[in-house]
Design a protein around this ligand. Sequence first.
Ligand code: FAD
Length: 489
Amino acid sequence: MTAHGERPRLAVVGAGPAGLAAALAAARQGLTVTLVDAAPQAGGQFHRQPAEGLGARRARALHHRWSTWERLRDGLARHVAAGRITHLPDHHVWTVEREKDTDPDLDPDGTFVVHALRGPAQEEPATVRADGLVIATGGYETVLPFPGWTLPGVVTAGGAQAMLKGGLVLPGRTAVVAGTGPLLMPVAAGLAAAGARVAALVEAAGARDVARSAPALAAHPGKLAEGARYAAELLRHRVPVRSRHTVVAAHGTDRLDAVTVAALDPDGRVRTGTGHRVPCDTLAVGHGMLPHTDLAETLGCAVDGRRVRVDDEQRTDVPGVWAAGETTGIGGADLALAEGRIAGLSAAARLDSRTPDRSSWRSAAAARSRLRRFASAVDAVYRPPAHWTDQVTDDTVVCRCEEVPAADVRAAVGELGAGDLRTVKLLTRAGMGWCQGRMCGPAVAGLLGCELPVSRRPFARPLPLGVLAGATEDPTEDPQPVRPEEENA
Ligand SMILES: Cc1cc2nc3c(=O)[nH]c(=O)nc-3n(C[C@H](O)[C@H](O)[C@H](O)COP(=O)(O)OP(=O)(O)OC[C@H]3O[C@@H](n4cnc5c(N)ncnc54)[C@H](O)[C@@H]3O)c2cc1C
């Protein structure tokens, strides 16, 4: 029994594949789960659904693995109806803190207090209390700067897909999809299938990079078949694929009207004289993904490189905190599902002494091992061009929030001796704006010639000062409990 005398409560932050799998597994085992998510609907990035008001009749046409989504969606609906899961969409978690109970015998680890801002305007505070926490907040895209990348018409690859899946709109009529990573193929295929002309898919990785990882990739025929299906779709829509190429500049006055695409040499340098212009009104660009680690870092969880460190049960090194999905490393939706299931089963076993469903655990653990090997092989293939900074002219904006050009960053490093991101930030304001360096961090690190360090941000989201002032009052004196019946109405 817990200190509050009820079934153990688990808060799961993130309703993508990992969070959904964790919530369903834990609820099935008897925990009371609150699933908190910033998006208006469950599904995360991979199963992003069209806004309800759009009345989409054939949403599945934009999706792969629809049956997996149906299983997750229906499972969630069943548990919500039975009162085992409370789903809180449109809740943006800005921090999680641990509230120590007055009686350590009853509650040695204390209770977690999840602080969120509700609604699209993110202004109404809400809190959720729980005995355990699963962090399943996924990852975000990296985009490295190049001349013209701030022009209207240049969007992230995932952003283009989000417009299509979530808003049922195309970002433009003629698109170039560029950068590096496995996300580019589904984005190009999705845009083409929805009616856009995809003038080129420009991928920095080449046949040699694939060949190096070929034995490891070949061990996953299912994944290769998935890649082959995307390739067939690109062929069917006559999308030219330029591997070992990169976009060196975007052109236009008020908005994008063309990009220059150039070939890369084996060292990742642009080959002189290979640049050619490709007319387009949309550039969907992405250079890989990074895990969201802010909430885990706030709670003091160890982070390896850029991913939250977890053990075989998906436990972080902070008692009562699990992490699953892309927050523990970029690996795709199937890996996120397997990790989420293990986290949910482990949470039920640890918080409520439930004997885990052994066969479910074993199959998820086997899938996790297999998919982690595949993710490492994929990671070795896709890298931004090694010398991408050569293309960044001095007037290229690096930090979009604070409009800091590359010249300022270079001056901070070359003339003022800045040797780390923090000093560059203090000298130039790069990373000081709304996104707090999430977007420009990799670019500044590249210009500095250093690895992207772990960022210690106290808050996962920007928040109004008034909310912060309210939250600093003792939450045990003035709790603002979320009423599940209201939230699910
Ligand atoms: C933009 C984008 C597009 C993608 N498109 C594809 C694709 O087409 N094909 C493919 O194979 N893979 C794609 N991926 C990768 C794929 O989505 C992931 O592999 C998979 O969704 C990972 O699942 P997850 O549960 O770990 O994270 P996600 O699916 O990213 O889910 C994380 C959830 O956490 C929520 N969240 C994050 N921070 C907070 C917070 N502070 N408060 C509350 N909620 C929060 C988000 O709203 C989201 O719903 C894409 C990734 C991104 C970022």
